[in-house]
Design a protein around this ligand. Sequence first.
Ligand code: GLC
Length: 592
Amino acid sequence: MTNPTRPTGGRPNREWWRDAVVYQVYVRSFADSNGDGKGDLQGIIQHLDQLQELGIDAVWLCPCFPSPQMDHGYDVADYFDIEPTYGDLAAFDRLVAAARERGIKVMLDVVPNHCSSEHAWFKAAVAAPKGSPERRRFYFRDGKGQHGELPPNNWTAVFGGPAWTRITEPDGAPGQWYLHIFTPWQPDFNWDSDDVRDHFDRMLRFWFDRGVDGFRVDAVGVVGKAAGLPDQPVMNAALKATQKAGGNPYVQFQPKAHDYWRRWRRVIDQYEAEHPGRQLVTVSEAYTPGRPDLLLKFVEPDQFHQSFCFDLMLVPWIAPLVRAAVADVYEVLSGAGAALTWTLNNHDTQRAVTRYGRANATSIESWTKNNLVYVDAPVDEAIGLRRAEAMIAFTAALPGSLYLYQGEELGLPEVLDLPADRREDPLFARTNGKEIGRDGCRIPLPWNGDASTAFGFSSVPPSEGPWLPQPADWGRYAESAQAADPASTLTLYRELMQQRRALDVEAPLEWLPASDDRLVAFRRGDIVVVLNVAADSVVLPAEVLPAEVLPADGLPADAARFHSVVFSSVRGHTEPASVPGNACVWLHAPHR
Ligand code: GLC
């Protein structure tokens, strides 16, 4: 399948992250080395060889700092240490060294918007008097109402309920309220405070000193709040329509936050200057569907190196929408020279297999934009998997970097039927079960077929089972079996990552005319990539193939002389003149 004439990718002076494949590790669910039913750093070390074989450039570890785990690490109690359940700083150093030996870089996840209510600063703030410097690191306000019994404003929390919680003052009296955009266990930092800004400067440098290559930056879109914390406008339909990015205008996308990110970039640039040879990266998490202009603001040259282009992850299985999700972002970001950062899965989103397998996946009307909300449309996992394989093949050929989420290489579906009493995501409890939450994409990985060790997730049988229950048939996705199976999803990912390395990284994306609504087609260098979202095979229209090789009456009998299938998401497909249903092919089709 490989074509030796294609150029090899990579440029000596190009930053590694521009085209990197980064693998997201949800530490708690990746691999458990000590049988406590929760993943840990040693578990990651034990599986680095498999990650290397997958062909990745870096891992991003979800927060592994000490945390009460109310939001599974996105509630950080200490930004300068390792969560004891996961290991310690020595284990972290071993992980960085072992990854480096294999040519894998390590990225951490930094949470700047809030910390844990168990963070020493927050505990000090609660113990300190009103108006104290300790309280100024957060948003403490007096309540409204005669006795301060009402929240200071009408803001609501992302995970349900009001965005304010009242404390008891040190003298036992009902006291001030503090702001938390997510849960009460995640008090928001006040970024107007010098202490807060200094704290994060120190944090970045602390982990860079330990060998970390970069950070994924959590929830940047809500950092920094509008002065005076005014009531948010009551959202009627008309107002919602004008606010495409949604949400509270006094919380989301505050212009002043960009000063904080400029400050980070100065810290990072300076660190690089002081440490020749180090190339560091930050990737920000900002959901800006349909608003590439907003996205661009995060990847200005003096801010983040990358920001996830989530639009593609959020679209239904409809060709013109898939194309638009890429094209709009591509035009704006690459037009400005900014990096592109694609992803199809993460720990907050229902897995692609399930999204694309839903009966509503092809319907614009019933597609829910928010993947966190449960829809009860039936799921056909076989179709979903086939589409997910096609979509990763499509995405892997795009210019830019690619972020994978653990388990997608095994074709894991979302687990939808977790019993309510086993659900751990605060989103479930805080919305009284209205939203089923994100546990279903966080189920511990199946490494082998041995049910007694949670399918190899644990090195020894976990005494109380894994922290989230795995489906009884989870073993059918086992990594060990897939690694040995040429037709498996894992093999497809491995081959794809290899093919991707041969792409000319500097080749731009050129759209091919889309007269057929079932297809999305683009060229990159000598490769033509075609995605077919229809159920049936489609004969490639002339416009997708270079015209000069085509006679007026269609494909020449010897078309294969000019084109060969470099990669197909459907195994064994070698016919260059057509694309199977729900599939993506890469054709070798040199400009002539
Ligand atoms: C981000 C994280 C999510 C977390 C939230 C609050 O969206 O990806 O998992 O719950 O921020 O930190």
